[in-house]
Design a protein around this ligand. Structure first.
Ligand SMILES: [Zn+2]
Length: 264
């Protein structure tokens, strides 16, 4: 398949459409680029209604509800609860809990880590009770992330925008998780992500944009959007020495296996 041939049936497994400058125009460009389905990710209480509105107002767009570790780092567990999230999880088109997780990249102090861990554990617990898969964000917090997932008994989820090492990927795969590769894989300095993208079993691989962040080469530095997903799909296919169409077919089927409340 040549580069000029349009890929079809792509699924962007992780994007933040409500944070794009022009969500409606971006969705149209995505469809024209062959991106048939998108999962719009919730990160906090404040913008959850926007996430739900984008999903509920457009076919082929699904939603998640969750508390991102950056938001979790600002919420004192003594003063807040997740009742809003429990309400979010029963809304139409919500297919997973997240994004949730741990982010130690900025070397947070012990209190912030404790708050992140508290909210991550609570959300894992809610996902388990609701029998929903989870969308996990993890940065420089390998052991704590794996331990909290293992302690929760959750076995269905994805480590999104994966940037850790192969040992971490393998441990997550052992639990039953999927690994999602973002446009970072196209960056010159991303040898570790490329190595993981090459090795993840095809039936556990997802692709995503994480738009509006992390635009793939050749759009690096610009605002990202789901229409850029084919660049990542082709790059990963090339790394794995496989046909881009086959890579897309597999990752799209994986999406619907993991997020089984989404149905075409
Ligand atoms: Zn995200």
């Amino acid at each position: 398949m040549s580069d000029s041939q349009l890929l079809t049936g792509l699924v962007d497994s992780h994007c933040h459409l409500n944070f794009l400058e022009e969500p409606t125009a971006s969705i149209e460009r995505a469809r024209a680029a062959g991106v048939a389905q998108m999962l719009c990710i919730g990160v906090e209480e404040q913008s959850l209604d926007q996430v739900l509105a984008v999903a509920q107002g457009n076919s082929g767009i699904w939603a998640t509800a969750g508390l991102h570790p950056e938001s979790a780092a600002k919420l004192d567990p003594r003063q807040h609860n997740l009742e809003w999230l429990a309400r979010g999880l029963i809304q139409d088109k919500v297919v997973a809990v997240g994004e949730m997780g741990l982010d130690y990249a900025q070397d947070p102090d012990a209190d912030v880590k404790a708050w992140q861990q508290h909210w991550f554990a609570e959300q894992l617990h809610m996902a388990k009770a609701a029998e929903l898969p989870v969308v996990v964000h993890t940065r420089d917090a390998r052991q704590d992330t794996l331990k909290l997932i293992q302690d929760s008994g959750v076995t269905r989820g994805v480590l999104h925008c994966f940037t850790e090492d192969w040992a971490m990927a393998e441990a997550a795969l052992d639990i039953g998780f999927f690994i999602s590769i973002s446009g970072i894989v196209t960056f010159k300095n991303a040898a570790n992500v490329q190595a993981v993208a090459e090795r993840v079993p095809l039936d556990r691989l997802l692709i995503e944009t994480d738009a509006p962040w992390l635009a793939p080469t050749p759009h690096r530095g610009k605002p990202n959007e789901p229409s850029f997903l084919p660049h990542t799909a082709r790059f990963v296919a090339q790394l794995r020495d496989t046909d881009p169409g086959a890579l897309v077919a597999a990752t799209s089927a994986n999406f619907f296996r993991l997020f089984d409340r989404a149905a075409v």
